[in-house]
Design a protein around this ligand. Structure first.
Ligand code: 2NL
Length: 370
């Protein structure tokens, strides 16, 4: 019994003197662990006579419980002291500014698209949209493409496999099919005689959207963004087209007196057709718009071909129209100085942080475009 008393006195002194939680844990293992001193005593109970065990059992178990309780109390006290010491030593500066949150940004293409829309909206154009997957008729046939035109070849256009009816759908190569749909709608019969058709000409629409061609280098991406415009009314002529595009260009590039010229060109869907160049200066290694004596091609345009009007159900002897098409990404690269078209669709967040726009900088003709 004196053994037990000495052991308990020893352990109590060591527990009281344990300087930290780690030392206390070492003590617990030494006393109550698998091969600890008290565990060793408990093991001796098995080889005792019943009389010896009746006396030693409660004594050893009591010792174990008291030591365990002492360890627990000391642990709580040490932990409380450690917390007090940390609270006294550490300070929390609540006046420190919070780390900045990463904000998303508006992709330059979408910013430029909104800039363009805001300019054309002010001129009275509505925005029309349509599907990316189109029929061969809407993308080519209705636009007066000859049956053997190279743009119809596999290497220019992404075709889907033919459907059960043999029809071969495609990814639109321009947004023109949306204008085709708009013109076709002017022929819709009203659902009942007392319902007015509201889609009679004049048509004044711009059509922004994704377009697709099998093409990939520094200035071509298999997916790019286009905006086309279409005006159909009685007596529409090249003068309307020229004023519209000159006004657009001056507002888009935000420079006074930007000069432009129409160069004769060929598109199957317009006659006459032209490409529009604007005056620029290439001398400094970069392109500056509005000064200099160089020319930069920026868009294609023309008077809607009579065949196209007819194929879309509009009588060319009554209505005329002009149309134009431009690359949104390309014009954005020019305006904001982005060198490689492919970077625009990489999804690199560093590029997006650099070239992106604040969501609060929505283009607006009254407060400025960018
Ligand atoms: C270009 C040329 C152009 C059109 C697109 C058009 C649409 C219809 C009828 C007639 Cl439905 N024309 N669109 C006209 C001329 C040029 O785009 O170089 N785009 C990047």
């Amino acid at each position: 019994m004196t053994d037990l008393t000495t052991l308990e006195a020893d352990l109590s002194a060591q527990v009281a003197a344990a300087p930290d939680v780690a030392a206390l844990e070492a003590l617990r293992v030494a006393a109550l662990g698998k091969s600890g001193s008290i565990s060793g005593l408990l093991k001796t109970l098995g080889s005792m006579s019943p009389d010896e065990r009746r006396e030693a059992g409660p004594a050893i178990n009591g010792l174990r419980d008291r030591v365990a309780a002492a360890l627990g109390e000391r642990k709580a006290a040490l932990e409380a002291a450690e917390l007090d010491a940390r609270l006294a030593a550490e300070t929390l500066d609540l006046t420190l500014p919070a780390p900045p949150r990463r904000k998303g940004s508006v992709h330059p293409t979408m910013q430029v698209q909104d800039e363009m829309i805001s300019i054309f909206a002010e001129m009275g154009f509505a925005v029309a949209e349509g599907p990316d997957i189109e029929t061969d008729f809407n993308n080519f046939t209705a636009l007066n493409f000859p049956e053997k035109h190279p743009a119809r070849e596999m290497h220019d256009t992404f075709f889907f496999n033919p459907g059960p009816d043999g029809e071969r759908k495609l990814l639109r190569t321009h947004t023109s099919p949306v204008q085709v749909r708009a013109m076709q709608r002017t022929n819709e019969k009203p659902a009942a005689p007392w319902i007015a058709t509201t889609i009679e000409p004049p048509i004044r629409i711009v059509v922004p959207g994704r377009t697709y061609r099998c093409d990939s280098d520094a200035t071509h991406s298999p997916m790019f963004h286009q905006m086309e415009g279409l005006v159909i009314d009685k007596g529409i002529h090249m003068g309307h087209l020229k004023w519209t595009l000159e006004t657009f260009i001056a507002r888009f590039f935000e420079v006074e007196g930007v000069v432009s010229r129409f160069r004769p060109h060929h598109f199957p869907f317009t006659e006459p057709s032209a490409e529009m160049d604007i005056g620029c200066d290439r001398s400094g290694g970069e392109i500056r718009i509005g000064t200099g004596s160089d020319w930069l091609e920026i868009l294609g345009c023309g008077m809607v071909h009579p065949n196209v009007l007819r194929l879309c159900g509009i009588d060319p002897d009554v209505y005329q129209g002009f149309a134009f098409g431009l690359g949104i990404d390309r014009l954005g690269m020019l305006k904001y100085g982005m060198p490689d078209l492919r970077d625009m669709f990489e999804g690199d967040t560093r590029w997006l942080r650099h070239y992106g726009f604040s969501a609060f900088a929505a283009p607006n003709p009254a407060t400025g475009l960018s």
